[in-house]
Design a protein. Structure first.
Length: 132
């Protein structure tokens, strides 16, 4: 049973690890392409406590190295995303959620940047985290 699936890809496994100093959350995700993909995807990653978003990060899936636009049917891609955490988080339990959306590229002074095109994309719970 995949963690997430759309018509283009599915997320087959995920793993999270938090550094001891709680400054960085390492998220490892394995994707499987279900067809040749002709567009970019971004991930929106949310850290929530008591149902309230305390931090949001955006990530171009596959980075610029192997973005979804280059994925062919059957490709299996594992990527590691390191998400900086807020400087001060309260002790307690948090929920980590992710959503995916098409991501058009916008030219800027550094080359290109992506935008998360669908703010209503469904969130998928990844895991619970406990900060002490």
């Amino acid at each position: 049973q995949p963690l997430y699936q759309n018509t283009d890809f599915m997320v087959t496994t995920q793993e999270t690890a938090c550094e001891k100093n709680k400054k960085l959350l390492r998220l490892t995700i394995t994707y499987k392409s279900l067809q040749n993909i002709d567009q970019f995807y971004s991930a929106q990653i949310k850290l929530k406590q008591d149902g309230q978003i305390v931090y949001t990060a955006y990530h171009l899936v596959g980075y610029a190295v192997y973005p979804t636009l280059m994925w062919l049917s059957g490709d299996a891609i594992t990527e590691v995303y390191e998400m900086p955490l807020p400087r001060r988080q309260k002790e307690g339990e948090y929920t980590l959620e992710i959503s995916f959306a098409h991501s058009p590229l916008i030219p800027n002074e550094y080359g290109y940047t992506s935008i998360f095109a669908n703010k209503n994309a469904p969130d998928v719970k990844i895991t619970n985290l406990q900060f002490k």
